[in-house]
Unconditional design. Structure first.
Length: 335
């Protein structure tokens, strides 16, 4: 092994040991990192600074972080200043005695959190003496996916014989695709397939498709005597937001049946739309796959169904051929 390779190996091993000792004694981490700096193993990023920053951001103040780490507030404040000077950016917006993460601080904190949480996981596994005890499976879920449908699709993961820790992260499609491209998530659950020519190297896998069902409260239904679907013109409408892939198909279907919806509100969050529907503010639609849940949960009535409106749900993965055991379990759970 070449000398520089040996140095890199020692550095990575020492850093792993530091993570393992995180819950035992944070001062040991500082000692190891300082020795690594002295021996010349340190990378351009100072993990000593990163650890102090993470502690302050997690605790919410320098005072609380200093109590946790058994260090003086002046020491931690000085380390934060050094860190900011080294990276050339402010990590906190200081408003009086209150610290708020800056935009750069939020970005760095997300990576620091992942680093130190992985250390916690390894510590936990070693304490249980079972290295194969847990596997983390991180799924990105777009905001427009109904929560109950996401639950139905993902629940088989927690029923696997192999122990899996499921982590669900919600966001918009572009942000989640960016996370997928750098392996921050394992897959993406969405209603919109990845388009041809996308800069992200990933693949679409169709999970399931569903028609649409229309709902309203019993009181609202009594306000019209027309049959479905013409009755839909008489109701105020709660509509999916423009982020939803089904919005255009739903609008086309309404136009085809000469229905002019009186849209009083639009929602990216499907659960919020249903809550407004439950309160009687308007008619709303949802995938037929979950209509029984919607009726029971929100105490609404079914007005009618439109099978020709197809909502498709995909899982987007980095691989064309599915390999991850949890993703295979999700796909098999549909069949």
């Amino acid at each position: 092994m070449e000398y520089h390779q040996y140095q890199s190996f020692i550095y990575k091993y020492a850093l792993l040991i530091a993570h393992l000792l995180l819950l035992v004694n944070s001062n040991i981490i500082v000692f190891i990192i300082e020795k690594m700096e002295f021996l010349g193993y340190m990378s351009p990023l100072n993990y000593n600074h990163l650890f102090y920053f993470y502690a302050v951001a997690t605790e919410g103040s320098i005072t609380k972080a200093s109590a946790r780490l058994n260090l003086t507030p002046q020491t931690i404040s000085g380390q934060l200043t050094s860190f900011e000077e080294k990276i050339g950016a402010k990590l906190f917006d200081r408003k009086g005695k209150t610290l708020h993460l800056s935009e750069m601080g939020q970005l760095i904190y997300s990576y620091a959190e992942e680093i130190f949480q992985l250390g916690d996981e390894v510590t936990h596994i070693l304490k249980r003496r079972d290295p194969a005890q847990w596997h983390t499976f991180t799924v990105g879920i777009t905001e427009v996916i109904p929560k109950v449908l996401a639950h139905q699709l993902l629940s088989p993961v927690l029923q696997m014989s192999e122990r899996v820790r499921l982590i669900c992260q919600e966001g918009d499609q572009s942000s989640l695709l960016a996370d997928l491209s750098i392996n921050k998530i394992d897959c993406l659950l969405t209603d919109q397939p990845l388009q041809l020519g996308s800069h992200v190297k990933a693949y679409n896998h169709l999970l399931v498709e569903s028609g649409f069902t229309f709902f309203a409260t019993e009181t609202l239904l009594k306000s019209t005597s027309k049959e479905f679907p013409q009755c839909l013109s008489d109701f105020p409408w709660l509509m999916q937001g423009k982020k939803s892939a089904v919005r255009m198909r739903l609008s086309s279907w309404l136009e085809k049946h000469n229905i002019s919806p009186n849209i009083v509100a639009e929602f990216d969050d499907s659960a919020l739309m249903k809550a407004f529907g439950q309160a009687g503010f308007g008619v709303f639609s949802s995938p037929t796959l979950i209509e029984k849940y919607v009726v029971d949960k929100y105490d609404v009535k079914i007005i009618g169904r439109a099978e020709e409106i197809k909502e498709q749900y995909y899982i987007i993965t980095p691989e064309r051929r599915l390999k991850h055991p949890a993703i295979i379990e999700i796909v098999n759970g549909i069949k």
